[in-house]
Design a protein around this ligand. Structure first.
Ligand SMILES: Cc1cc2nc3c(=O)[nH]c(=O)nc-3n(C[C@H](O)[C@H](O)[C@H](O)COP(=O)(O)OP(=O)(O)OC[C@H]3O[C@@H](n4cnc5c(N)ncnc54)[C@H](O)[C@@H]3O)c2cc1C
Length: 87
């Protein structure tokens, strides 16, 4: 796209779907690895914040906006199976 070349629709949908899913998977694993400290937003009485839960929340929105991932799957299915099947 940066080079001005037309970006094909299904490949863009595939990239968005895979990239956002991967970022949520990685952030979720990070929360799990940090245990309770990965879940809480405040780390201690001094008000220090934990970035891990914020990363999880921030990554999750990628699956929702700019075309929710279910819609990206529909875009891909439409190209692979055709409008007669997907509607
Ligand atoms: C932080 C943030 C920033 C945003 N920024 C912008 C912006 O800059 N510009 C802009 O235009 N919009 C913006 N939005 C809106 C965003 O694009 C919408 O939230 C998004 O398109 C999802 O629409 P919705 O919230 O109405 O959810 P819904 O459309 O109600 O979707 C809810 C769920 O149902 C699923 N779903 C919906 N329809 C189908 C279907 N036909 N088949 C299967 N599953 C389906 C969705 O995939 C989703 O999982 C922003 C939203 C947020 C939260």
């Amino acid at each position: 796209m940066d080079e001005g070349i037309d970006f094909p629709e299904p490949e863009a949908a595939m990239a968005k779907l895979l990239g956002t899913r991967l970022s949520v998977d990685i952030a979720r694993d990070a929360v799990q690895a940090f245990g309770g400290m990965g879940f809480v937003q405040e780390r201690g009485a001094d008000g220090a914040t934990s970035v891990v839960s914020t990363l999880y929340r921030d990554s999750k929105i990628g699956e929702i906006y700019e075309g929710a991932n279910e819609i990206q799957k529909w875009v891909i299915a439409r190209r692979v199976l055709g409008r007669d099947v997907t509607g």
